[in-house]
Write a protein that binds this ligand. Structure first.
Ligand SMILES: [Zn+2]
Length: 335
């Protein structure tokens, strides 16, 4: 897959190809996509550019042998890891995701912009809990310690690293701390704030601007979010509760959900600003910078969990007044 076949905007393509051109490639790249945003396709396009023997005009040639193999998803030095339903005994050797590779390839070739749900449908996991487990991490470490078959980079694309269980995450962290030479990691995440901070800090983060984020930020909340943030930071619980009541009185449940999505996107921006990744939020305004500097480092993550949960409950018809009171209280306690 070439960059031109992906949903990456010109800025992102320039940043990724520029790293390869300059020879200063971060050994771990973290691509933040919205669900269904085509992040795995961009990860592949980046690797194809890295492996291509005839790059030109900022893109891979799509014709040389490495390009050809990557295009068919059969390059022997590129591994894929994604969450799967773990069988009862997880102490078995080998990669739990490997048996699903054929279906993974099929889906990825047909629909590089697949959603998480579409992946689980394709793999037959509907409604079951999925994980990237310790045995997957162990198997990966074994694979990365081998020499590459084609004499260049060995790479791995990890889809949804936030689904790693703690053991797997700690093993991956060790590899990221002391990466073997000529190993390239590309992590595709929906929620960078859910990763161990020690992992995300070792990666170079890129945001794949999707329609979801743009839409969420386009929502007009009539300044309610800003009011709430200022009240929470001023420790004015009574006013924050009043704002909560105004949120509960929004014209419809859809509106309440839109507010939660808007607030979530704002929290992600605060998270990035706090992590000194302001280059990823070039349009941050003074208010956002101010909030990021004043709230605790743990706040965006906790707020995102609470907002996520609230959006789910709104769909289930709970009492909005109780829900927003509870949400305001959780935000008040964690800010
Ligand atoms: Zn090529």
């Amino acid at each position: 897959m070439t960059f031109s076949q992906t949903k990456a905007d010109a800025g992102l393509v320039k940043a990724l190809s520029g790293m390869v051109d300059s020879g200063r490639i971060s050994h771990a790249i973290l691509l933040h996509e919205d669900d269904g945003g085509g992040g795995v396709g961009v990860a592949l396009a980046f690797l194809q550019y890295l492996y291509c023997r005839n790059r030109h005009d900022g893109d891979s040639c799509a014709a040389c042998p490495p390009c050809n193999k990557i295009g068919k998803l059969i390059h022997p030095d590129i591994y894929f890891i994604f969450p799967v339903v773990l069988a009862g005994s997880s102490n078995s050797e080998g990669s739990p995701s490997e048996p699903y590779l054929v279906k993974w390839r099929e889906l990825l070739l047909q629909n590089p912009g697949f959603t998480e749900a579409e992946l689980y449908d394709a793999l037959g996991f509907e409604g079951k809990a999925t994980t990237i487990g310790a045995s997957e991490a162990n198997d990966l470490i074994r694979k990365l310690s081998r020499t590459s078959l084609e004499g260049g980079y060995t790479s791995v694309i990890i889809y949804l690293p936030e689904r790693m269980n703690p053991t797997a995450a700690n093993r991956l962290l060790k590899v990221l701390e002391e990466p073997p030479a000529m190993v390239q990691f590309v992590l595709v995440t929906h929620a960078p704030e859910k990763l161990l901070p020690t992992i995300s800090s070792r990666c170079q983060l890129f945001r794949l601007q999707g329609d979801g984020a743009t839409q969420a930020l386009r929502y007009d909340d009539s300044g309610l979010f800003a009011e709430l943030m200022d009240e929470l930071l001023a420790r004015d619980f009574a006013s924050a509760l009043e704002t909560g009541e105004r949120l509960a009185a929004l014209p419809s449940r859809d509106n309440a959900i839109l507010f939660c999505k808007f607030a979530s996107e704002k929290m992600r921006r605060l998270f990035l600003l706090q992590q000194k990744l302001s280059a990823l939020v070039p349009d941050a305004d003074e208010a956002e910078k101010d909030w990021a500097s004043k709230c605790r480092k743990t706040f965006p993550r906790k707020a995102l969990e609470a907002l996520d949960r609230s959006a789910q409950l709104i769909r289930r018809n709970v009492n909005l007044k109780i829900l927003f009171t509870d949400l305001v209280n959780k935000l008040f306690l964690s800010i």
